[in-house]
Design a protein around this ligand. Structure first.
Ligand code: F6P
Length: 322
C-alpha cells in the first residue's frame, strides 16, 4: 500500500477534523501518500482530490465541521456511481480508502470494496451515537455538551417563569443524545425511541413535581419521537402549567470538539491507517470498554446496541430526575 485517500461523508460531526489529522499524519509517518477527497463520495466521483501534507492538517484539531467538506450522494448508491468512483481512485493510484461517517457511509464503503479492488476502513463520525458496535462515535460527546449548555440556560428561564420546558434534540432514531444530556442536565423526564413512555404518567409527574415545589420541569425529547411543539401544548392543556418547546437543531452539529472527541478521533484515525497497512479491508474501527477495536463492516452494521447499560442509565435518570 503506497497511497491512501480519506473522505468525510454524511452529516458532519465535531472531531472529524481531528480524525482527518490523525489519518494524514499516521499515514505520512508510515511512508504513505495521503490524498484528501472533498465532498464525500460525490467529490470522489468528480475527482476532487488533492495530496495532503503534515501542514495541511495544522491548526484543525480544535475546529468543528470538516475541512474536507461533506455531502450525501444519491449517485454513489448506484453501481454506475461506484464504478465511476473506482475509476477515479485508480487514476489517482489510491489503493486504500478511509471513510469517516455514519452507517450510510459505511454501507457505501462496503459496496465499493465488494464490487471493486479497493480496500476500505470506516471511522465512526456522527453526533447520533447510533452505531451499535462502538460505545461512542466521534462528535457525540461534543453534541451532548452543547445540549447541556442549552439546558442550563433553559433551566434559568424555566425556573423564573415556573414553566415546563420541552427540549427536542437530534439523534435520528437513536435516543442517546437525549439520554446522556438529560442525565447530565438533571432533566425531570427523558423521552426516547428505545423506551416506552406514557403521556398521562408524564403529566402526573409534572403535577406531582409542582405540588412538591419544583420550580421547573425539563423534558428531553429525542427527534426519533419528535413533535416538541405539540407535546408542550398538550402538557399545558392537561396540567395547566405554562409550557414552551425548544428545538435545538443544527447548533448541535457545530462547535469545537471536546477533549474526549479529539482523543477518540486521534486514536481511531491512527488505527484505521494501521489496518490498511496490515492489508485489511471492509473493517470499521470503534471503542469498546475504552479499548480500540475493529470489526467487519457487515457484522458491525448488523449488531444490536448493548441495551443493558442503556437501560440502567435510563432507569437512573428516572430516579434522579424525579
Ligand atoms: O446524523 C446527524 C444528524 O444531525 C441527525 O441527528 C439528524 O437527524 C440529521 O443529521 C439532519 O440531517 P441534515 O443536516 O441533512 O438536515
Amino acid at each position: 500500500m503506497r497511497t491512501i485517500g480519506v473522505l468525510t461523508s454524511g452529516g458532519d460531526a465535531p472531531g472529524m477534523n481531528a480524525a482527518i489529522r490523525a489519518v494524514v499524519r499516521t499515514g505520512i509517518a508510515n511512508g504513505l501518500r495521503v490524498m484528501g477527497i472533498q465532498r464525500g463520495y460525490s467529490g470522489l466521483m468528480n475527482g476532487e482530490i488533492f495530496e495532503m501534507t503534515r501542514s495541511s492538517v495544522s491548526d484543525i484539531i480544535q475546529r468543528g465541521g470538516t475541512i474536507l467538506k461533506s455531502a450525501r450522494s444519491a449517485e454513489f448508491r448506484t453501481p454506475e456511481g461506484r464504478k465511476k468512483a473506482y475509476n477515479v481512485l485508480k487514476v489517482f493510484g489510491i489503493e486504500g480508502l478511509v471513510v469517516i461517517g455514519g452507517d450510510g457511509s459505511f454501507t457505501g464503503a462496503k459496496l465499493l470494496s465488494d464490487e471493486w479492488d479497493i480496500k476500505t476502513v470506516g471511522i465512526p463520525g456522527t453526533i447520533d451515537n447510533d452505531l451499535a458496535y462502538t460505545d461512542y462515535t466521534i462528535g457525540f460527546d461534543t453534541a451532548v455538551n452543547t445540549v447541556l449548555d442549552a439546558i442550563n440556560k433553559l433551566r434559568d428561564t424555566s425556573t423564573s417563569h415556573e414553566r415546563v420546558s420541552v427540549v427536542e434534540v437530534m439523534g435520528r432514531h437513536c435516543g442517546d443524545i437525549a439520554l446522556y444530556a438529560g442525565l447530565a442536565g438533571g432533566a425531570e423526564s427523558i423521552i426516547i425511541p428505545e423506551e416506552d413512555y406514557n403521556f398521562d404518567e408524564l403529566c402526573k409527574t409534572i403535577i406531582e413535581g409542582k405540588v412538591k415545589g419544583k420550580l421547573h420541569n425539563l423534558i428531553l425529547l429525542a427527534e426519533g419521537i419528535g413533535g416538541a411543539e405539540e407535546l408542550a401544548k398538550k402538557i399545558e392543556e392537561v396540567t395547566g402549567i405554562e409550557s414552551r418547546a425548544t428545538v435545538l437543531g443544527h447548533i448541535q452539529r457545530g462547535g469545537s470538539p471536546t477533549a474526549f472527541d479529539r482523543i477518540l478521533a486521534s486514536r481511531l484515525g491512527a488505527r484505521a491507517v494501521e489496518l490498511l497497512l496490515e492489508g485489511k479491508s471492509k473493517r470499521v474501527v470503534g471503542i469498546r470498554d475504552n479499548k480500540i477495536v475493529d470489526f467487519d463492516i457487515t457484522e458491525a452494521l448488523e449488531m444490536e446496541k448493548r441495551r443493558d447499560d442503556h437501560r440502567k442509565l435510563y432507569e437512573l435518570s428516572k430516579i434522579l430526575g424525579y
